[in-house]
Ligand binder design. Structure first.
Ligand SMILES: Cc1ncc(COP(=O)(O)O)c(C=O)c1O
Length: 341
């Protein structure tokens, strides 16, 4: 893609499925793109990015992948998966507290052999703490003879957009085949790489599909600045012919529920609704929050009846097992557990 090769470890294309129950309830045509079904380490969007990042790492002779994130980073888990599969070492550096138990992504990271380094937040800018801690971990492994390839948070650098640039083409072809080329793709937005890949892929190929990003954490000035700079950097790196200004990026910012990965009832309701209606499991941090936003947009009339929606399921399943979400789900669901003496 765009002159870059990848290590092809995914079974693509992922399915694009029609969800009849949700479509009927909402009065829209609701489709779901199952990137949660990507095939390593429980799946998720980061694997498409990692196909390209791994190739770059191999080309540089790396023996180890090092990445950054929160203690429950899905991207870290999938970096660990790729490292395990390709016989590389892996370290995940987090500026975070130990969540009190080895569960969810953290458990899977360790199962797949990654070292997780948790640096307690000391109040200085997070970027400084990440840089210092990552440099120390890198130096430690280099002293053991490893060649370390660093991947930024969420895999969201220029190379990291290639996977979703490719996915945009995949989606355009699938939508055409299914007669839904006038649909809009809805995707959760975190570190912006997934959105940027889709945006550039759709725009560069003049795809008829629309694109809406749903921010899952407050989209503040730094992200406003980042999204434009990111596009310009990608355009320059890959010689894209398309142009864009801030107004071209449609990011819905009103559905973040105030913070990143916070437990909230509307999101749990949306996760439960999707599970009971379509047997598709969303996660409480990204996809559940984005889906709760879509439900609000339908209620508010921002998404009109009869619209065609393609919801990108970006994975994140292990998040449901993190303690702070699990205890809230338990309070709401325990009534359906019958205990017989
Ligand atoms: C499950 C899931 N969905 C969506 C996203 C958002 O993707 P991006 O960081 O590329 O914006 C992430 C990122 O961590 C994720 O883990």
């Amino acid at each position: 893609m765009l002159g870059h090769d990848k290590v092809s470890f995914l079974h693509l294309p992922t399915p694009l499925e029609y969800l009849p129950g949700i479509s009927q309830d909402l009065g829209v045509e609701f489709y779901i793109k199952r990137d949660d079904l990507t095939n390593l380490g429980v799946g998720g969007n980061k694997l498409r990015k990692l196909e390209y990042l791994l190739k770059d790492a191999q080309d540089q002779g790396a023996t180890m992948l090092l990445t950054l994130g929160g203690a429950q980073t899905n991207h870290g888990r999938l970096t660990a998966a790729v490292a395990a599969k390709y016989g590389m070492k892996c370290a995940i550096v987090c500026v975070d507290d130990y969540p009190g138990e080895l569960s969810a992504n953290l458990l899977l990271d360790r199962l797949m052999g990654a070292e997780v380094v948790l640096k307690k937040d000391d109040g200085r800018p997070e970027s400084v703490q990440f840089a210092e801690t990552a440099a120390a971990v890198k130096a430690r492994y280099e002293a053991q003879g490893e060649k370390v390839y660093e991947i930024p948070i969420g895999g969201s650098n220029d190379i990291g957009i290639l996977g979703y640039f490719e996915c945009a083409q995949e989606l355009t072809a699938q939508a055409k085949e299914m007669g839904i080329s006038d649909a809009a793709v809805y995707a959760a937005v975190g570190s912006i790489g997934t959105y940027m890949g889709l945006f550039c892929g759709l725009r560069e190929s003049r795809s008829p599909l629309g694109l809406v990003g749903v921010a899952i954490s407050p989209f503040l000035d730094a992200k406003e600045k980042r999204i434009v700079e990111y596009f310009n950097s990608v355009k320059q790196t890959f010689g894209l012919t398309c142009d864009a200004v801030r107004e071209d990026f449609r990011i819905e910012k009103d559905y973040t529920r105030g913070a990143y990965n916070n437990p909230c009832k509307e999101v749990r309701d949306a996760v439960r609704y999707m599970a009971r209606r379509e047997a598709v499991i969303l996660d409480p941090c990204y996809t559940g929050k984005a889906f709760a936003g879509i439900l609000d947009m339908v209620r508010e009339g921002k998404i009109q009846k009869g619209s065609k929606i393609i919801f990108l399921h970006t994975g994140g399943l292990p998040g449901i097992y993190t303690r702070h979400h699990r205890v809230e789900f338990e309070k709401e669901l325990i009534d359906g557990v019958t205990i017989l003496d």
